[in-house]
Structures are given as C-alpha cells and as structure tokens.
Ligand binder design. Sequence first.
Ligand code: ADP
Ligand code: MG
Length: 712
Amino acid sequence: MRPPRLVPLFATVRSLKGVGPKVEGLLNKLFAPRHEGGHARVIDLLWHLPVSVIDRPVTPRIADARIGDLATLEVIVTEHRPGGGRRGGARGPYRVLVEDGAGAALELVYFNADPTYLKRLLPEGSKRLISGKLESYDGGLQMPHPDHVSTIQGAEPGGAGALPLHEPVYPLTAGLTNTTLRKAIGEAVLRLPNLPEWTDAGFVAKNAWPNFAQALARLHAPDAEADLLPSAPARARLAYDELLANQLALAVIRARLKRRAGRRLEGHGKLRKAILAALPFKLTGAQKRALSEIDADLASPDRMLRLLQGDVGSGKTVVALLAMATAVEAGAQAALMAPTELLARQHLKTIGEFGSPAGLRIALLTGRERGRERTGIVEAVQAGRIDILIGTHAIFQEHIVFNDLGFVVIDEQHRFGVHQRLALQEKGGGSGAELLVMTATPIPRTLLLTNYGDMDVSRLDEKPPGRKPIATRIVPLERLDEVVAGIERAVRGGAQAYWVCPLVAESELLDLAAAEERHAALAKRFGGKVGLVHGKLGGKDKDRVMAEFASGALSILVSTTVIEVGVDVPNASIMIIEHAERFGLAQLHQLRGRVGRGAKESSCILLYRQPLSEAARERLNVMRRTEDGFVIAEEDLRLRGGGELLGTRQSGVPLFRIAQLPEHESLLQAARDEARLTLSRDPELKGKAAETLRLLLYLFERDDAIKLMRAG
Ligand code: ADP
Ligand code: MG
C-alpha cells in the first residue's frame, strides 16, 4: 500500500487543473518511453526537469528592446483590428495595437485567432505585460503570437498565471508547447506534500540543501541556468535522494538474499584436483584470486552473492566449473544458466571437456531438448543423477525439480537486470543456493555500484598468457575490395574470418537481408567456403554451420550479431565488422573478442560508411587505441553519459531521472554508505526512521525493495 500522502502524486495527469484529454494525450506521448504507452502521472511531471532557462527581463520601453530578441514589455492596449487590418482583405491576421508609456507603438499579430478570446485577454485601455519575439515589419514593429500576456497584477511573483521572468524550458514532444507543459508542472508542484526528512540532518545541513519539496519547486522555477547544473543545491539534493533510493533498494535486496541462510559448501578437493590436473593450461593469477574469493563465500554459512566480471576470453567458464566442482564435492548439485542456447551449448562443450576427467555428470537442458530426451534429463536431475545442469532459462521452469541444488551460476552477459536476477535466484535457489553471476562486459566502477551494489565483485583483469594483440584498423566502405582481396590472401594461407553484418534497424528481418546480401556477394568469390548464420536460423541448422566453421570446412562465417556470444573458434583470426559506426562500444568490444584466441596473429577491420558522426568516430578510435575492456567500458560511459545502462533496461531509457553520472559520483558513494549504515542499524527497516525511508522508496518506485520489506 502506497502511503496515503503520496497517492495524489501517482494519480494520472488528468487529475491536474487545466489538463484535459488533449494535453493528457500529449503527456502520455512525452513519457511513453518510460511507461510503454501507459498513463502519464503527476510524478512524471515532477521528475521532468527543465534543460535551460529563457530570461524575460522586463523592458519598460519598446525603444529599449532589440528586434529579433525576446522582449517583455509593459503596454496599454489601444485598439483591436480584427482580420483585415490596414491592408484590407478579410483574410489578414487579427491585430491588436498597443503602446508603451512613451507612446511608442507595436502590433500584436494573431493568425486564426478567436476574437472573443482576444477581447477578453486584451481589453482596450487595459495595462498588460506581454512577452514574445519582436520583429520589424513594413517599417513598424510587431510581435506575432506573444508567448505570454498577463495583467500587471498577475505578473507578481507567485501570482496566478504569473509571467515567469526566468522561464524554464522543458524537453517537449510534437504538439506540446512549453507554456502548456510549464503550467501542468506548476500544478504538479503545488501537489507536493510536506514530507519528513529521510536523509541524515547533519548531511543536509552541511551541504546547505533545501528539503525535498523545496528542491523540486526550485528546479522548476530556476532563476538562471546555473540553478540547473548538477552541482546546484536543489539538483544535488534530489540526485542524492534518487541515488539513496537506488542504494537502499539494492541493500534491501542484498540483505534479503543474504538472510535466507546459505550453506557451507566445503569440498574435499578431489574433483577439483582431477580437473586441474587435466587442464591443458595453468590458471592465471586473476582466476586463482577469483576462485579463492568464491571458495571463501562457499565455505561461509552466509549466502553467496557474487559477480564475476571478466572480459571476453578471460576464462570465466573454467572458474565457474571449478567452483561448481566444489559444490558437487560438498554433495550438492550445480546449475549454470546462459542467456542463449548457443552459449549454453558452448558452455557444455567447455565444461564437458574439462569436467569429464573428474567424472562429473553433466547435462544440457534448453528449449530444444524435447520428448523422451527431456523427460530423461528432468528425471535424472530430480533423482540427483546429474551433478551439473547447463541450460537456458528452461532450467528454472516450474516443473524442473532439483534433488539438492546448492549453487547457481548465471552467465548474465548483460541480459538480465536486478529484477530478473532476483526472480531467477528465488526460483533457482529456493533453498538458498549460492549465486554467482558472470558478466562478460567490464562494467565501469560507477555502474557497478548502481546496478550491482547488492553483490560482491571478483574481477578477471588478466588475460590468459600467449594471447597476441589484435591489430585493429578502421577502413571506409569504399575500400571494401581491398579488404576482400586481403581476406582472400589470408584464407589461402589457412586463415578463417568472421564477417559481421550491420545492425540495420531494430528489425531482425532487415539485419537478415543485409547479411544474406553480403553472403551472396562473398559466395560468388569464395564459393562454398562461406557460411551464414543469423537469428532466424533453426537450432540444428545453426549448429551445423557453426560446426562447419569450427572444423575449418568454412573459411568465412557471415553473420548478424548472433555470434556476439558463445562462439569459440581459436583458428579464426580475422574479424570484419561492416558498418561498425552503427555498433555501440560494448558490442564492438564483444565482437572483436571472438578473435585473438589462438596462436595466429589476429586482426579486426572496422568498416565504416562516410561521413562519420563525431560520436561514431570517437567510438572507433577508442577501439583502435585499446583492447582493455575496462578502459573501453569507462569510455563507453563517458561517451554515452548519464550512467545509462548497458542493456539491462530498455535501451535509451536512463536508469536515473535526476542523478547524473559521473557528475554525482561522490553523492553515490555517500548514498551507498548511508544505505549500508541504515540497514546495519535496522536490518528489517522497521524502526521509525525507516518509515520515512519507505516514503523515499515509494517516491522513486523501488517496488522490488518495498515488496521484500513487506514480505518481511
Ligand atoms: P570467457 O568465458 O571469460 O569469455 P572462457 O572461459 O570461454 O572465457 O575462456 C576462453 C578460452 O581461454 C577458452 O578456450 C579457455 O579454455 C581458455 N582459457 C581459460 N583459462 C585459461 C588459462 N588460464 N590459460 C590459457 N587458456 C585459458
Ligand atoms: Mg565463456
């Protein structure tokens, strides 16, 4: 139940004075990206911050105003000239003549105006404050459709319909004017209840922050653009509130997951030893470090919640296998869930190969195992005859019952957000299974805190030895022929190449068309040595093509972005990415990581179409400059700005509405500390102080955390 005093803020915008069906429709459209077509609410207006300020200083005399500029003038209405005016002709605009105190004249010009309305707005002989753009016309001065007309009285600060001397300018949508939006937001601000302070009073005082309601009111009535900067007290305060809600929610989730008793999973070490003895390589230092962190978690009675972060090829799978082996030694079962079928099969291959010397019983379950085969697997899992189950989300469906699931690995690849993680983990580990999440895209420190603040983190920041650098070049599409000729030479020497086709649109069909076209063109030259994989290909066919590429029967593999995850062909040493300018940095990095895995010198060619946008050029240059995933991740954050998530929410919708990263980085740290301190004092958030923090969580709609608190 939402606290009663917050209810009006979550009403639809229609509940606001002056918002009818038409404006409501426009506001629904404005906020559609967040609500997927749902209803705009009062609170959406409150979070919709201005991006700039227009100054409307009052100029007493027309002569002091500049032509072409915004002018705000005190005038007396002298005459109405309905359609026609001095030019005659019934179709001319409606003109209202006004003059200033010094007798200088000006015409207000209205096209398609309603005369009754204008007579009421501007009665002859009345004094008015008008604001709009001043133009010269036919030797005279005019102001077409003034932005504002108000009585002098109304212009007093705070007066009804006050003309803002400093007008906030909002992001709009087609058909919505700034004035309409500003008025609706003004009404929304009036609805703000007075709320008790949830933040440490000393901290608020030290920063000289206004309270929550004051801060919002202030941001919607800025005096100057400086008031809108991330560092402005009102903005900083609200950013802190938002970050605190984020950190508190993560802390609540963490506390909740940790509270469900974990178990001690201590192994005798025999399985692990057998695996290590048979591995064709030695673990890297980073792998050993990550494993000892995982081992400590497993051995402790607390629930394990760990993120294993490591670049493509850094060797996460082996770490996962060794950790799962310990769980099996302790008598439990383990499960590994991958985001795609392809990746699940890849994991099966690696884990099967490295795990078999230890006699681990491993099975695969995806949407593709059906009938008898499926029933057999499901029964074996239930009877405890399977040690490690690998699969897609199919492994956590209702009817899959484990005999004793003790350890869950989720290969996240950025495809699951906090919410899904929670749900999956509840499902997969109802008994309190230990949880390890693996992610291949290095996450910038800031985003680690905002998205994974509920977890402990291990980093694989060291690549297995012997990896050669990947020579990366950026080449315009005009030089395609040279590139193809180069591939021809390399292929003759036994090399294999990936050719990734452009992201044309959000449409898989269009992507496919581009890939098919490229495949056809290359097939003309290379004959049967070119294969094609894409998302529409059936599982069996996909496997067949991939197997042909892996065996070397195919020299070139053309694909849409399906190869992004889960392909491991060490002999492939060339990566061509067509229309690289259309890919994001994280994606380019992932794709490039498919080569450079074997003994051969590898190369990556980023083909682009001219002209390049500034942002695209920067992205490609970053790729050319570095292979370090952590550096690329930081650059990605910088170039995208705003702490936008790498695909864990709908793309384009930033995680935060007020807070801005990295600008509010220090506030984020403070918020984390406050959240952790609060929870350590009051783990159930039941005390009096926690009451106000619930308000905060409701305001920022952290329903996930609230639900957990209520469930106790
Ligand atoms: P990730 O899942 O992090 O992308 P993988 O676990 O798939 O990486 O490992 C990539 C490749 O490197 C695999 O072929 C794996 O066998 C190999 N590998 C893993 N660890 C090492 C190591 N310490 N030394 C050499 N090769 C390794
Ligand atoms: Mg892997």
